[in-house]
Ligand binder design. Sequence first.
Ligand SMILES: NC(=O)c1ccc[n+]([C@@H]2O[C@H](COP(=O)([O-])OP(=O)(O)OC[C@H]3O[C@@H](n4cnc5c(N)ncnc54)[C@H](O)[C@@H]3O)[C@@H](O)[C@H]2O)c1
Length: 455
Amino acid sequence: MYERMARPLSIRLWPRVSLGLNTGPEASAGTGLQETVSMGERKRRIGMGLVGPGFVAAHHLDAVRRLGDVDVIAIAGSSQAATDRKAADLHVDKAYGSYQDLIDNPDIEVVHNTTPNYLHLDVSMAAIKAGKHVISDKPLAMTYAECSMLRDAAQAAGVVNVVTFNYRGNPLVQHARRMAAENDIGQLFFLHGRYLQDWMADDHVYSWRLDKKKGGSSSALADIGSHWCDLAQHISGLKIVAVLAEMTTVVKTRYAPAVPREAFSGKDGKVMDPVEIGSEDLASVLLRFNSGATGCLSVGQITPGHKNDLEIELNGRTGSLRWNQENQNELWIGRYDRPNSVMARDPSQLPDGARRYAQLPAGHNEGWSDAFRNVIDDAYSWIRAEGDTDARPATICTFADACQICAVVEAMLLSHQAGGVWQMVVDEASPSLKIRSTVPENGLLSEYVATKAGS
Ligand SMILES: NC(=O)c1ccc[n+]([C@@H]2O[C@H](COP(=O)([O-])OP(=O)(O)OC[C@H]3O[C@@H](n4cnc5c(N)ncnc54)[C@H](O)[C@@H]3O)[C@@H](O)[C@H]2O)c1
């Protein structure tokens, strides 16, 4: 359907400023920890445009504006009239009723894609075809097949490609990652946590996310479980290679407004129609990592009292780490042979690789949008480096990385559909990933377990 781009990957470098550069052998895996800072160089300005001006779009624009060296050229929405209104609200000079018109604007070098999931493929592919760099919000696309088309097209076109798994941009996440990489808590054997929200607890809340044609086959797992999986892999340096999932739809009938609303906008008293829901709002998943470590994850969007409760804990042989997004200025460090401690986000106590992600002094709490800004900052730094692999900041999730996360979510769907059996994660770009023990390379883990039990 989409032809590959002929343009080869350019490696011409722009002056690097404030980059967390991956210069070591781990760079291509995005796990390098080195940092190079050169002061006083003037950065060239970059023009960006955004397609899909809804909830998260405002945070993309806020982030690029805080950088100070990126110009917001235009936004494109679902119609000219709606986008004109949005442009006024968001203080953007130019509004397009068609994303292709935005992509065709020669002043726009980078396209941010914050459309509903079903438009991710078309919008990102059109931008790639036009030779624009793409910063897409997650998920990369609706299915693994779509994701791999985008991964291959972006690689062939040589454009910078980024998916905003924004929790990577938190300074204490970076510190936890460094501690894991430096064996500070010993060999990891258990990674567990949750991502629970309650914004869909009310059956009168409806989102395109719950329509399989617009959101995809999975709701909670693809929408927020994907964040947790990316974070677990990012902090630990491990990969999820097998899953066993149980998915539930707790709220089976919802009441949707005749006119669609943006995410998190709640009830507004208008007439609502009943809609039967087919995708999950709750899931429990067992995990296996490529090192042999195990894990478990709870995901829900209907759990009262849990607002944006992403929590991850890593247990190593000599220590544990726990980080909670709602209390993100603290990192719990557990020990069995000395007192536990809680580390505050204090730039003066953070090592180099994590310190540059802390924008404020200790006690001046940072939050979700600060971490988001950090990821966008790194994305533009990498764009200035023209996507040079060695210059890729570790917070960057590429289309290839996001493809693998999609493969993890699809494995969860397959596991559930098969009745709750172990399912291997199959990602063609990382075929060498295996469970360390003698589990077969492909096929169902449960079959292997059954075979072993019977043999
Ligand atoms: N990284 C995060 O933490 C995070 C948070 C929220 C959403 N997201 C992702 O961002 C994307 C958008 O989510 P949202 O919550 O902002 O949704 P939203 O519904 O609030 O916004 C989507 C916007 O896209 C517009 N749109 C619809 N059709 C369009 C078209 N043909 N052309 C251009 N624009 C069109 C809509 O009018 C709306 O303004 C989703 O993929 C979601 O998964 C990520």
